[in-house]
Write a protein that binds this ligand. Structure first.
Ligand code: ATP
Length: 235
């Protein structure tokens, strides 16, 4: 449902992404792996319209996203959860969730959607009236994902949700992403430095290195490739 082709993105003279192509199937979880500075965040920011490519572009179900304003890309069903989540710490859990759907839903539908998120992440339901500042790192990441899901996106772009979290919490978050794909048909593009966790739930994966795709394939095949794991994945 998402096609990225020959993407070239630069902040200065040197391209940070230099001819990156990938596709994400409907209902599939695709992991984007690679070291610090490989260009993973830049890839997500370009797909969601925050950065303009020098060349190439992205299309959603055949509709070219290149050059569209961010709000139009959001309206087409793309949600972006940035690194470290971006929740508003002064607002309550409930207020953060409602913000995710205000542009889209009337009151009743908004309540239905926030209710679905509370079912997905029970710790948020218990803390709904608390300020987001009081949440643990894992709960904040749940809130960031939940806020994106309230809008019922078709494609979720998630930037390093595991950052700074305990392994048990990371495993829970990964399992939720997997379940969302299987149960709701959501497509997920998951950027991770924690390659082992991401590959454990992904259908397919690609490895970015110095702005280019160094490897691409079924997640299980990449995880079983010793040379690749040692060279790029760190496990
Ligand atoms: P990380 O996991 O550290 O976020 P990444 O793979 O997501 O790494 P990017 O954040 O996309 O990598 O950065 C790729 C390259 O682009 C890096 O060399 C980075 O220094 C550079 N870069 C990122 N953002 C900017 C910016 N706003 N201006 C200039 N250079 C940037």
């Amino acid at each position: 449902m998402l096609e990225v082709r020959d993407l070239v993105v630069a902040y200065g003279a040197e391209p940070v992404l230099d001819g990156v192509s990938l596709s994400v199937a409907g209902g599939a979880l695709t992991a984007v792996l690679g070291a610090n500075g490989a260009g993973k965040t830049t890839l997500l920011r370009t797909i969601s319209g925050l950065l303009r490519p020098r060349a190439g572009g992205a299309a959603l179900d055949g509709r070219d996203l290149t050059g569209l304003p961010v709000e139009e890309i959001v309206r087409l069903g793309v949600a972006h959860v940035p690194q470290s989540g971006g929740v508003i710490t002064e607002l309550t859990v409930e207020e953060n969730l409602r913000l995710g759907g205000l542009w889209r839903w009337r009151r009743g539908d908004l309540a239905r959607r926030t209710g679905a998120v509370y079912e997905l992440f029970p710790p948020l339901a218990e803390r709904r009236a608390r300020a987001a500042a009081t949440l643990s790192g894992g709960e904040r990441q749940m809130l960031a994902l939940g806020r994106a899901l309230v809008a019922e996106p078709r494609l979720l772009l998630v930037d390093e949700p595991s950052l700074g979290l305990a392994p048990r919490v990371v495993a829970q978050l990964m399992a939720v992403l997997r379940r969302l794909c299987d149960d709701t048909g959501l497509s997920v593009l998951l950027v991770e430095q924690n390659a082992r966790s991401a590959l454990s739930v992904a259908d397919r994966a690609l490895v970015l290195n110095l702005g280019a795709v160094a490897a691409e394939g079924a997640a299980a095949a990449l995880a079983a490739d010793d040379r690749l794991r040692h060279a790029y994945l760190g496990f």
